[in-house]
Design a protein around this ligand. Structure first.
Ligand SMILES: [Fe+2]
Ligand SMILES: [Fe+2]
Length: 133
Protein backbone atom coordinates (compact mmCIF):
# COMPACT_ATOMS: atom_id res chain seq x y z
CA UNK A 1 0.00 0.00 0.00
CA UNK A 2 1.46 3.38 -0.90
CA UNK A 3 1.49 6.33 1.48
CA UNK A 4 -0.96 8.19 -0.70
CA UNK A 5 -3.48 5.39 -0.39
CA UNK A 6 -3.22 5.40 3.42
CA UNK A 7 -3.81 9.17 3.65
CA UNK A 8 -6.68 9.05 1.25
CA UNK A 9 -8.33 6.26 3.14
CA UNK A 10 -7.96 8.01 6.47
CA UNK A 11 -9.18 11.30 5.13
CA UNK A 12 -12.37 9.59 4.01
CA UNK A 13 -12.82 8.15 7.51
CA UNK A 14 -12.41 11.54 9.16
CA UNK A 15 -14.78 13.19 6.76
CA UNK A 16 -17.39 10.60 7.60
CA UNK A 17 -16.85 11.14 11.35
CA UNK A 18 -17.18 14.90 10.88
CA UNK A 19 -20.50 14.35 9.13
CA UNK A 20 -21.61 12.31 12.10
CA UNK A 21 -20.62 15.14 14.45
CA UNK A 22 -22.67 17.55 12.34
CA UNK A 23 -25.58 15.17 12.67
CA UNK A 24 -25.22 15.24 16.43
CA UNK A 25 -25.52 19.03 16.30
CA UNK A 26 -28.73 18.55 14.33
CA UNK A 27 -30.15 16.23 17.00
CA UNK A 28 -29.07 18.69 19.69
CA UNK A 29 -30.99 21.50 17.99
CA UNK A 30 -34.05 19.29 17.60
CA UNK A 31 -33.87 18.54 21.29
CA UNK A 32 -33.74 22.25 22.08
CA UNK A 33 -36.92 22.92 20.07
CA UNK A 34 -38.68 19.96 21.65
CA UNK A 35 -37.91 21.22 25.12
CA UNK A 36 -39.00 24.77 24.28
CA UNK A 37 -42.28 23.35 22.91
CA UNK A 38 -42.68 21.09 25.98
CA UNK A 39 -43.33 18.20 23.61
CA UNK A 40 -42.80 15.07 25.74
CA UNK A 41 -43.70 12.55 23.03
CA UNK A 42 -41.02 13.97 20.75
CA UNK A 43 -38.56 14.01 23.62
CA UNK A 44 -38.92 10.25 23.95
CA UNK A 45 -38.27 9.81 20.22
CA UNK A 46 -35.22 12.08 20.31
CA UNK A 47 -33.66 10.31 23.26
CA UNK A 48 -34.02 7.03 21.38
CA UNK A 49 -32.54 8.56 18.25
CA UNK A 50 -29.65 10.02 20.20
CA UNK A 51 -28.88 6.73 21.92
CA UNK A 52 -28.89 4.77 18.68
CA UNK A 53 -26.97 7.39 16.77
CA UNK A 54 -24.26 7.70 19.36
CA UNK A 55 -23.84 3.93 19.60
CA UNK A 56 -23.22 3.92 15.86
CA UNK A 57 -20.91 6.95 15.98
CA UNK A 58 -18.81 5.73 18.91
CA UNK A 59 -18.29 2.39 17.25
CA UNK A 60 -17.16 4.03 13.98
CA UNK A 61 -14.85 6.46 15.76
CA UNK A 62 -13.27 3.84 18.02
CA UNK A 63 -12.67 1.56 15.04
CA UNK A 64 -10.87 4.37 13.26
CA UNK A 65 -8.75 5.27 16.30
CA UNK A 66 -7.92 1.61 16.79
CA UNK A 67 -6.92 1.24 13.18
CA UNK A 68 -4.35 4.00 13.61
CA UNK A 69 -3.23 2.87 17.09
CA UNK A 70 -4.29 6.05 18.87
CA UNK A 71 -2.35 5.97 22.14
CA UNK A 72 -5.14 7.38 24.34
CA UNK A 73 -7.86 5.13 22.96
CA UNK A 74 -8.68 3.59 26.33
CA UNK A 75 -9.34 6.97 27.94
CA UNK A 76 -11.32 8.04 24.88
CA UNK A 77 -13.44 4.91 25.11
CA UNK A 78 -14.16 5.69 28.77
CA UNK A 79 -15.54 9.09 27.81
CA UNK A 80 -17.83 7.40 25.29
CA UNK A 81 -18.96 4.92 27.94
CA UNK A 82 -19.74 7.78 30.34
CA UNK A 83 -21.99 9.32 27.69
CA UNK A 84 -23.79 6.02 27.12
CA UNK A 85 -24.32 5.60 30.89
CA UNK A 86 -25.68 9.13 31.12
CA UNK A 87 -28.20 8.40 28.37
CA UNK A 88 -29.39 5.47 30.48
CA UNK A 89 -29.91 7.87 33.41
CA UNK A 90 -31.88 10.26 31.20
CA UNK A 91 -34.03 7.39 30.02
CA UNK A 92 -34.82 6.58 33.64
CA UNK A 93 -35.64 10.26 34.34
CA UNK A 94 -37.98 10.21 31.36
CA UNK A 95 -39.84 7.18 32.69
CA UNK A 96 -40.11 8.68 36.19
CA UNK A 97 -41.20 12.05 34.77
CA UNK A 98 -38.36 14.20 36.15
CA UNK A 99 -39.41 17.80 35.37
CA UNK A 100 -35.77 18.90 34.99
CA UNK A 101 -34.94 16.27 32.38
CA UNK A 102 -34.99 18.60 29.37
CA UNK A 103 -32.77 21.20 30.96
CA UNK A 104 -30.38 18.59 32.33
CA UNK A 105 -30.07 16.95 28.93
CA UNK A 106 -29.39 20.24 27.19
CA UNK A 107 -26.71 21.16 29.72
CA UNK A 108 -25.07 17.76 29.42
CA UNK A 109 -25.07 17.77 25.63
CA UNK A 110 -23.76 21.30 25.41
CA UNK A 111 -20.90 20.30 27.65
CA UNK A 112 -20.30 17.18 25.55
CA UNK A 113 -20.11 19.19 22.33
CA UNK A 114 -17.64 21.60 23.91
CA UNK A 115 -15.50 19.18 25.81
CA UNK A 116 -15.60 15.89 23.99
CA UNK A 117 -16.14 16.78 20.36
CA UNK A 118 -14.22 20.05 20.34
CA UNK A 119 -11.42 18.81 22.58
CA UNK A 120 -11.04 15.02 22.91
CA UNK A 121 -12.10 14.14 19.38
CA UNK A 122 -10.09 16.97 17.88
CA UNK A 123 -7.03 15.95 19.85
CA UNK A 124 -7.45 12.34 18.75
CA UNK A 125 -7.86 13.26 15.08
CA UNK A 126 -4.83 15.54 15.24
CA UNK A 127 -2.67 12.98 16.94
CA UNK A 128 -3.12 10.51 14.15
CA UNK A 129 -1.50 13.34 12.21
CA UNK A 130 -3.78 13.84 9.29
CA UNK A 131 -4.32 17.21 7.65
CA UNK A 132 -7.79 18.01 8.90
CA UNK A 133 -9.78 21.19 9.40
FE1 LIG B 1 -17.02 11.85 18.09
FE1 LIG C 1 -15.08 10.56 20.65
Amino acid sequence: MTEFEIDDDLYADLEELDKQHANLFRIFNMLKCTIEDKDDDSLFVIIEELKNYMRYHFSAEEKMLEKFSYEALQQHRKEHEAFTDKMGDFNFDLVTGDPDLGKNMLDYLKNWLQNHINKSDRKAFKSISIPHN
